[in-house]
Design a protein around this ligand. Structure first.
Ligand code: CP
Length: 318
């Protein structure tokens, strides 16, 4: 069953079956990363271009590895040394890349809506790799993949999302995805970092961390989005760490088998203590591993090759 979409801009673009299809496809691709030769020929002849207008370690690298493991050609546009620096618009830049027969473009941009604008004007598929404070759909997909892998289910879990909800594209995508799949979502953070429209999101809102942690199956910690905060939303970083940092003491208030997640990059000693980040409950590096498999699945399912019934995503490299 192919996806009904050309682009992946928002988790809202997917229905429940499509979300599960991506997770199941990623499960079949994960094994490729454990092989000596980490390559299948599935997307041979396809071209993927990474267009990152904001810094990234995990997302850009994992899309690059995903494309290469599927045998696609991958180009990273170096935005700072491209003609964007001479004033070329985003749309003109993308149109010129499309004219070079790019099949898929992976776009990260500080402005919410930038990937949606490109999707409207391009025939190439556009994948949102994070746009402003709007969405980061592949992060939500890899988070769900990691939870399902560890907990063996997604239904009926209590997931606590902690921190700067207001500026977090990760939180928005995760909440849509978790609600779609049947998890209970709690959010907790300083009142200044909880959006006013939160009452329409179908989540439980807490301001006291300890209360939110009771009975938690998963804790998803957010990075403070200082680059998106126009003004100071709390007195000091130390105060934030005291109230909303996940420490060993706080971790003990959740379930014994609680899973600790963070999309990265982590601020050690601020939103998470080093002991928790590196501890047995942490799935942070598994998230990075799973990001490659999930992005392989997204590239594969959006590439159009699935129309060809003979394509087997598991076929080994020749
Ligand atoms: N999680 C995430 O988006 O990390 P990067 O900013 O390093 O891509």
């Amino acid at each position: 069953m192919p996806l009904k979409i050309k682009d992946l801009i928002s988790i809202k673009d997917l229905d429940r079956d499509e979300l599960r299809l991506i997770l199941d496809t990623a499960e079949s691709f994960k094994e490729v990363g454990a092989r000596d030769i980490k390559k299948v020929p599935t997307l041979r002849g396809k071209t993927v271009v990474n267009l990152f207008f904001e810094p990234s370690t995990r997302t850009r690298t994992s899309f690059e590895l995903a494309a290469k493991r599927l045998s696609a050609d991958l180009v990273n546009l170096a935005v700072n040394s491209s003609s964007v620096a001479k004033g070329e618009t985003l749309l003109d830049t993308a149109r010129n890349i499309e004219a070079m027969q790019a099949d898929l473009m992976v776009v990260r941009h500080p402005c919410a809506g930038a990937p949606a604008l490109l999707a409207k004007h391009m025939t190439s598929g556009i994948i949102n790799a994070g746009d402003g404070a709007h969405e980061h759909p592949t992060q939500a997909l890899l988070d769900l993949f990691t939870i399902r892998e560890r907990k063996k289910t997604l239904e009926g879990l209590t997931v606590v999302i902690v921190g700067d909800i207001l500026h977090s594209r990760v939180a928005r995508s995760a909440i849509h995805a978790l609600k779609m799949i049947g998890s209970t979502v709690r959010v907790v953070g300083p009142p200044t970092m909880i959006p006013r429209e939160i009452m329409h999101w179908g989540v439980e809102v807490f301001y006291q961390y300890e209360m939110a942690l009771k009975g938690a199956d998963v804790i998803m910690i957010l990075r403070l989005q200082l680059e998106r905060q126009g003004r100071s939303l709390f007195p000091t970083i130390r105060e934030y760490a005291n109230l909303y940092g996940l420490t060993v003491r706080r971790l003990a208030m959740a379930k014994d088998d609680v899973l600790v997640m963070h999309p990265g990059p982590i601020n050690r000693g601020v939103e998470i203590s080093p002991e928790v980040a590196d501890g047995l409950s942490s799935a942070i590096l598994s998230q990075a591993t799973n990001g490659v498999a999930v992005r392989m699945a997204v590239l594969y399912l959006l590439s159009g090759v699935i129309k060809n019934e003979s394509v087997d995503p598991q076929r080994p490299a020749h």
